[in-house]
Design a protein around this ligand. Sequence first.
Ligand SMILES: C[S@@+](CC[C@H](N)C(=O)[O-])C[C@H]1O[C@@H](n2cnc3c(N)ncnc32)[C@H](O)[C@@H]1O
Length: 246
Amino acid sequence: MGDARHCLRMLKTTGPILPPFNFNNAEIAAHSPEVTGRILLNSLCERLGWNSLRGRRLLDFGCGVRFARTIYNLEIDIAQYCGIDANAAAIAWLRENVRDPRFRFEYLDMRNAMYNPGGSDAGVADAMQALGLRDFDAACMFSVITHQPPQQSDVIFAMLRPCAPRLYFTAFIDDGVEDYADRDPSQPLLLATYSSGHIRRLLAKADWHVDNIFAPSLFQLTAFVCSAEPRRGIADMIASRWRGPR
Ligand SMILES: C[S@@+](CC[C@H](N)C(=O)[O-])C[C@H]1O[C@@H](n2cnc3c(N)ncnc32)[C@H](O)[C@@H]1O
């Protein structure tokens, strides 16, 4: 039988981590990040047709800190979680404090008028390839397209296309707007709102096929589940022109 010191050592784990950041709005942040994180990750799995994250490789663009915290603190089984964000301090903190080979964090200095106005657009289109970010089972973006103008969403959809065969993201959708509207001019990009047709056009341009669209639900806005369309080679294009419209 061990003594008290031995028992205390047995109780030690590497966690929990408590990142000193919050990127969620007040209503969401009123709940524990692990609670909203677990509900969203369960929803993502269900909508992608996965039983769980076990054995999965997930790329989280605009990751903030919530899913890293949820997966790590709740000891959720996953093969790899890679978070990318334009917030240098959050990424540095996660790199320093999440000591687990299943996790990877990358900083991307991409310009965003709300989150990273000093960032740049130069070279971002090739950033994922430069970082070797590929062979993921899915890429996800929670509350990220919600704060992007169409030019930036366009780049992001294209960037993620070679990284994973599936894409899950949330967006402000309102078919009353013509293509796109930044709904609160006093706070640029707080409410970047798209018509569903415009989001579909941007996705199609990047060779993403929309498999399903889910109405807003607990802790998330309208959610899109997409699959990579096979890239059309020149031979396919000639063949389809030859066949004519169907
Ligand atoms: C509302 S927060 C959501 C964070 C996280 N996805 C979640 O659900 O908790 C938006 C996050 O996206 C990041 N972000 C916004 N635009 C970005 C961009 N162009 N590139 C990388 N990160 C971006 C922000 O820094 C911020 O962490």
